[in-house]
Design a binder for this molecule. Sequence first.
Ligand code: SPV
Ligand code: MG
Length: 289
Amino acid sequence: MSDSTVASRLRDALNDSERKRPLLAVGAVNALAAHVAAEAGFDALWVSGLEVSAASGLPDANVLGPRDLSDVVASLGRVTDLPVIVDIDNAGGSERTAERFAHDLLRAGAAAVCVEDSSYPKCNSFSAHRAQALADPDLLCEQVRRVRKVVGDDLVVLARTEALITGEDLAVAVARAEAYADAGADAVLIHSKDVTGEQARAIGRAWNHQVPLVSVPTAFPDLSAAELGEAGFRLCIYANHLSRAALSGMRTAARQFRHGGSFCSTASGSLAEVGDLMRVGEPGALSCL
Ligand code: SPV
Ligand code: MG
């Protein structure tokens, strides 16, 4: 079922110029991660193409379909009513596939989708194996218009440009983002892989459009959420950090078991209680924006 209330709350929060800090979203690949994110006080959840692909044993390369993502959205909605923002990559590379992603994800309970201008098939922005190419900006403009036609205001639409990732300059990236905002996007994301964070600050200075700016600081974790807020970002998405924490935590526990021969002698103190795990699936959603 769609939840237009969550989408409108998210849109209002994004546009609230009185807010003292940016909204904070974190990648949640399953209900367990969503539960942890809600407990920690995040404002929203991100369904990450990279995290869901990795959790499914797939490359982050346009292999996931709407059903894979819808299943994740439904599981997050069982444990929290935080708004869920879904990374739909280039939405399958066409207007018709974008319509389907938006329609299905709205029905699954998403509050927002984020669609980007990578050419089909995409690769992850930080992929060491292959350079990402850009699609024609007119395609993303048309995808935004078509998505809007299908879902109205019931989904927040984030439009993301990969221009800086592919080596274009800031003027090109800003021009693309402006075109996407003018096509009807609710917010724009100019992705950056500059590890110093200076490019992120420059994006904030260069953006004069009223549509809010979003940051995904995967490459520049030293820039705090407060600093990103000061630089002009209204939403910061920590896209894959809980999966990375889980991966290293699982590795540590598994290795300690290999050396000590039991989990209790090795990882004690760092393991959650069994009852803690059971409570995740019990009724009573954690909330809320
Ligand atoms: C994702 O989480 O899939 C993203 C964000 O697109 S990043 O991988 O940091 O580019
Ligand atoms: Mg992605």
